[in-house]
Design a protein around this ligand. Structure first.
Ligand SMILES: [Mg+2]
Length: 317
């Protein structure tokens, strides 16, 4: 088994409420022609070198890793095992795991917080020609600007479904004020309006101020694994599930199932990562309501392969 760290360059800086990125490191494992990758994200502050050292201890891809191994290493290792088993069975991963067929599902295209609304208007119009669901990153630090972002996007893409992600960039008070105004502008879903860093308190304040939100409210950073779902459930209508958060495909499935049992919508999402990682996540797309898997489109040096999007913004594996 070959283990290496690779650096992926972004085509341009990507800004969200947490900060701006220009490159990403991924851990790549390869064995017998099968490649598995998992990204490191600034948000988790995991050591790529520690992750690499952990997987280098493995003598065989099917050996187990200690539970305290960095999640990128656990994910790359878990994915490698699943891909090897699916290949042995001569089946696509989704079929091997008995997931619904993901082919043909509409995908979401995300747009970072813009620095120039004139250029943004054009970018939204261009993007909407292929993608019919657009996710706007909000939480710019200026609520009037956040409203402008949605207003401009609505004008530039009148037929697109608009959803947004504040990445915890609003106070509960701001969220109570903004969510109805954004809904009136045509937004149809809001992800992580309030911070995950203060436990349930901001969610409780949001629910107290807006007991019946006009659009579904999703939790992303506040739901890392299935353990977090029951506590956050009373405050939200949907959850964002990412393979890296869960660290294994099995845990992602458990999180989705628990969310469904509690009546929640599911957004399947990703980090900025190469198409190797995105393709694996796409095998779960048949389980989700929103498929937010475009992290590879931000890369200047994506290795390609696997997932493609057709002219109508639908995914194919
Ligand atoms: Mg998010």
């Amino acid at each position: 088994m070959r283990c290496e760290l690779r650096t992926l360059q972004l085509t341009e800086p990507f800004r969200i409420a947490h900060g701006t990125s220009t490159e990403r490191t991924v851990l790549r494992l390869s064995h017998d022609g099968v490649i598995a990758e998992a990204p490191f994200v600034p948000y988790y502050a995991e050591s790529p070198e520690a992750a690499l050292a952990a997987v280098r201890e493995l003598r065989d891809p099917f050996d187990s890793l200690p539970a305290d191994t960095p999640r990128a290493a656990r994910l790359a290792h878990d994915v490698l095992k699943h891909l090897l088993l699916a290949r042995s069975a001569a089946l696509p991963l989704w079929q091997h795991l008995h997931f619904p067929n993901p082919n043909g599902r509409l995908v979401v295209r995300s747009l970072g917080i813009p620095s120039d609304l004139v250029a943004f208007r054009q970018r939204v119009a261009d993007t909407a020609r292929q993608f019919h669901v657009l996710k706007l990153k909000l939480g710019s630090g200026d609520v009037a600007y956040d409203l402008d972002i949605v207003r401009v996007a609505r004008e530039a893409a009148p037929d697109a479904t608009l959803i947004a992600d504040a990445n915890g960039g609003w106070s509960a008070e701001q969220a109570v004020d903004l969510i109805p105004r954004l809904a009136a502008l045509g937004l149809t879903m809001i992800e992580q309006p309030v911070t995950h860093r203060e436990g349930l308190a901001p969610w409780m304040a949001l629910k107290a101020g807006l007991p019946t939100p006009p659009i579904p409210v999703f939790a992303d950073e506040s739901v890392q694994t299935s353990d977090d779902v029951p506590m956050i459930a009373p405050f939200i209508q949907g959850i964002s599930v990412k393979l890296l958060k869960c660290a294994t495909i099995g845990e992602a499935l458990t999180t989705i199932r628990l969310g469904r049992e509690l009546g929640k919508q599911v957004l399947l999402s990703c980090m900025i990562e190469s198409s190797h990682g995105i393709t694996v996540a796409a095998h779960l797309a048949g389980l989700a309501d929103y498929i937010d898997l475009d992290g590879h489109l931000y890369l200047a040096n994506d290795p390609g392969g696997g997932i493609t999007f057709d002219a109508d913004g639908r995914l194919h594996l």
